[in-house]
Design a binder for this molecule. Structure first.
Ligand SMILES: N[C@@H](CCC(=O)N[C@@H](CS)C(=O)NCC(=O)O)C(=O)O
Length: 298
């Protein structure tokens, strides 16, 4: 190597490469900021008091692979609040899905969002319950959102090693596909630190079974969890049960639901009531299922 070429390559390494990298990163940063601004303008254009629900793209067997999305969207339907769905920005500023935007304000966490929307729109779907019933409903919702879900996640991330993503979603985002091993590792750590990941598979299966049996026993012959009138907690129940029923068909939890007949009937009842367009909310849309359910209704 001559002295000239050696100093040229030193120039490349020290100046050209780092400054090109900085330029590319700065362009990407500015581009993503501009794209985010454009998305906000679009959401704003949907109109005042129209809720924008942000979530990942639709699922093959259920409108979402996330029970929290089904829960929040079920609530919007039950409360008859107008909403639009945005699939471009599924993660909230807190890094979780779903979240909503209302008149430019971000509401994160399905439960907190439901409570705030209920106040803003005067749509508390549990106002007919007594305080004691409200306490029971809250305990059941927390059991699903914060306890049963962890047992389900053990199956998704540990036992089934994330195979369900490609199976249940037509459009798994490229970023998620590429980062799947890292995401799985993150979830395995979460399972461990939450504690459920330290149990054996049979212990986890038994934990989920006990939760499902408790719901089945409480529901009994009633149409809805808190009696014969629907309330917010039914959105939570339906979301998690439908998630198992449609997105976890190869898991032991699906068989449990088939055995607990009142829960299976409950899923069908709520789906008919809140999601008459269920087939159309799948990706790809299922027109046969759609026609069948409309025909059954008639
Ligand atoms: N408490 C939250 C839970 C939401 C949640 O855990 N969502 C999952 C998808 S089911 C998620 O965002 N996972 C991404 C991550 O944790 O990185 C809620 O009710 O919205």
């Amino acid at each position: 190597m001559t002295e000239d070429t050696a100093s040229a390559s030193l120039w490349n390494c020290k100046i050209i490469l780092p400054s090109s990298a900085i330029l590319i990163l700065a362009t990407l940063f500015l581009y993503s900021k501009a794209a985010a601004k454009r998305r906000r303008t679009l959401w704003h254009s949907f109109g005042r008091d129209v809720v924008v629900l942000h979530c990942p793209s639709r699922g093959r067997f259920a409108p979402s692979m996330s029970p929290f999305v089904i829960k929040l969207e079920s609530y919007l339907r039950l409360a008859n609040i107008s909403y639009k769905v945005d699939f471009d920005e599924p993660l909230s500023p807190k890094g979780k899905t779903p979240w909503v935007t209302l008149n430019g304000e971000d509401l994160t966490d399905s439960q907190l969002a439901m409570e705030i929307l209920a106040k803003k729109f005067g749509k508390d779907m549990s106002s007919h319950l007594t305080d004691e019933q409200k306490a029971i409903a809250r305990a059941f919702a927390v059991m699903m959102d914060e306890h049963l879900i962890w047992g389900i996640r053990v199956w998704r991330y540990d036992t089934d090693k994330c195979a369900g993503f490609a199976e249940c979603m037509e459009d798994v985002p490229i970023a998620l596909k590429v980062a799947m091993p890292l995401y799985r590792k993150k979830m395995m750590d979460a399972l461990w630190y939450q504690g459920i990941g330290r149990h054996s598979v049979s212990e986890v299966i038994d934990i989920v079974r006990k939760d499902l049996v408790a719901i089945s026993n409480h529901l009994g012959e009633n149409s809805y969890l808190m009696g014969n009138e629907v309330s917010d907690v039914d959105c939570v129940m339906f979301a998690h049960l439908a998630n198992i029923y449609y997105n976890y068909r190869r898991s032991p939890f699906y068989i449990m639901l088939k055995d607990l007949c009142n829960l299976e009937a409950y899923i069908h009842r709520l789906r008919e009531q809140l999601w008459p367009d269920w087939g159309l909310c799948l990706q790809p849309p299922n027109y046969t299922r759609q026609k069948k359910s409309t025909a059954q209704k008639r």
